[in-house]
Design a protein around this ligand. Structure first.
Ligand SMILES: NC(=O)c1ccc[n+]([C@@H]2O[C@H](COP(=O)([O-])OP(=O)(O)OC[C@H]3O[C@@H](n4cnc5c(N)ncnc54)[C@H](O)[C@@H]3O)[C@@H](O)[C@H]2O)c1
Length: 422
């Protein structure tokens, strides 16, 4: 088996994870082809258009000029030295891991697998996926992992919208099926990231990613629950968190909010909890965190109702303007955004819901569109209450507080006589 570095790379799945990886690899001088089943994504990229927040059209044009091509033709795998799988790992209708895309992508690779190839899975998943289903599907080719081809897991740690930590300066964990697999994968990633962290196998690498996300999930739920209690106790939790974070050791600050969203936090820990359930164990921390954080959108609406009632008004019929509907500040991704549950609860309460988001043109909940306003000042002046769900950095929060009659701030960023914080 050849142990040369991967000069011809195919990235399978060109989304939030795959596309930034393509960019770094092209910039490192690797010859990269992107394979994706979605024709619109492939056509857009080849025409120089990005569909991912952190990658601009100019950067797509740059990599296309450097030789990058996207395709839906799997024959590109025939010539590949390395292939990296970055396809989605959602939950199915019952909340169980849905490895459908991973299995489909692996089967595609199997049909083009050749001796000496390096196959890396980056999609977040439960420990045992790489040396279980992925290995089994690949070995249907007749080639043996660790002997005829290299197989490894390397979790993606991308933080969309983070201007400081990107693909290159975030250490990359690599765990191969054999020490040679680890070395081959580490040698490849060493070309595109500053630091590679080797672990003894794919399971340790898979678990490291789930540990990181479960840690966030649990700590966010902890402060969400403390926010509810703090309100009852008349405590400004935001101030307490800022005070606690002055401790130089043993504490990391997490902040409450209107609920958790995105692909990672509400989903990944379930990969672990459902998997261990199938082995007869309960992962109680995860279940509890899920329960607490999923109640936050309703709690926000409850607080709004109380606040309006205290001012002699009613949530029923009130014009509520939601500010920021994405799951995270400064990105356009609305996957699993808690804004949807906030809208649902407001509709149940018969409020009139409007929304503004500089990054989102259309926003629907349960098939029914939310009226998106374009003139922010006019909408602020006309609403009964504005609810800051996502503090996009383009929002001038002082100005918002000065124009809106009342503000409910779920991010703890605003102050003022007409501002109530979560
Ligand atoms: N988005 C994040 O912030 C983030 C961070 C870390 C890890 N991850 C993990 O990375 C993985 C990918 O996430 P993402 O956010 O990039 O997803 P995404 O939905 O943005 O992109 C996935 C891409 O894979 C393509 N695809 C689906 N099935 C395919 C197949 N069989 N063959 C080829 N292409 C296929 C889709 O068309 C899509 O373009 C997930 O496991 C996710 O948990 C995501």
């Amino acid at each position: 088996m050849t142990t040369s570095d991967a000069d011809r790379l195919v990235v399978v799945g060109l989304g939030y994870v795959g596309l930034p990886l393509v960019v770094e690899a092209v910039r490192a001088g690797v010859s990269v082809t992107g394979f994706d089943v979605k024709g619109a994504t492939v056509d857009g990229l080849n025409a120089g258009r990005s569909h991912v927040d952190d990658v601009s059209d100019a950067v797509v044009a740059e990599i296309v000029a450097a030789g990058f091509r996207a395709t839906s033709d799997a024959s590109c795998l025939d010539e590949a030295d390395a292939v990296i799988i970055c396809v989605p790992t959602p939950l199915d209708g019952d909340g169980a891991p849905d490895l459908g895309a991973v299995r489909a992508a692996t089967a595609t690779i199997r049909d083009h697998l050749h001796a000496g190839m390096l196959v890396v899975l980056e999609s977040t998943t439960y420990p045992g996926t790489t040396d279980g289903p992925v290995r089994e599907i690949l070995e249907e080719s007749g080639l043996v992992a660790g002997r005829d081809f290299h197989l490894a897991f390397s979790p993606e740690r991308i933080d969309p919208g983070n201007p400081v930590w990107g693909m290159r300066n975030t250490p990359k964990i690599v765990g191969g099926l054999t020490p040679a697999c680890t070395e081959r994968a580490a040698s490849f990633y060493g070309r595109i990231v500053d630091t590679v962290v080797r672990v003894s196998g794919p399971r340790e690498a898979e678990m490291a990613k789930l540990l990181e996300n479960t840690y966030r999930h649990i700590n966010i739920a902890l402060v969400n629950e403390m926010a509810v209690l703090s309100h009852e106790l008349g405590v400004d939790l935001w101030e307490s968190i800022d005070a606690a974070r002055t401790k130089p050791f043993g504490f990391q600050a997490f902040y409450p909010g209107p609920g958790v969203g995105g692909h990672c936090i509400p989903i990944d820990p379930n990969y672990l909890s459902h998997h261990v359930k199938s082995l007869g164990y309960e992962f109680r921390f995860v279940e509890l965190a899920q329960e607490i954080s999923s109640r936050m959108p309703e709690y926000v609406v409850e607080r709004l109702a109380r606040s309006l009632t205290a001012r002699g008004a009613s949530l029923s019929g009130a014009r509520v303007l939601l500010l920021g509907v994405t799951y995270k500040a400064d990105i356009a991704d609305e996957r699993e955004t808690p804004a949807r549950d906030v809208v649902r609860a407001l509709r149940v309460a018969s409020a009139s819901v409007l929304a503004h988001d500089p990054l989102v043109a259309e926003f629907s909940v349960d098939g029914s569109p939310v009226h998106m306003v374009s003139d922010l000042d006019e909408a602020l002046g006309a609403c009964d209450v504005a609810v800051l769900l996502q503090a996009h950095s383009v929002y001038d929060l002082e100005h918002i507080a000065s124009v809106a009659p009342q503000v409910f701030d779920t991010r703890g960023k605003m102050r003022g006589p007409n501002v109530e914080r979560l």
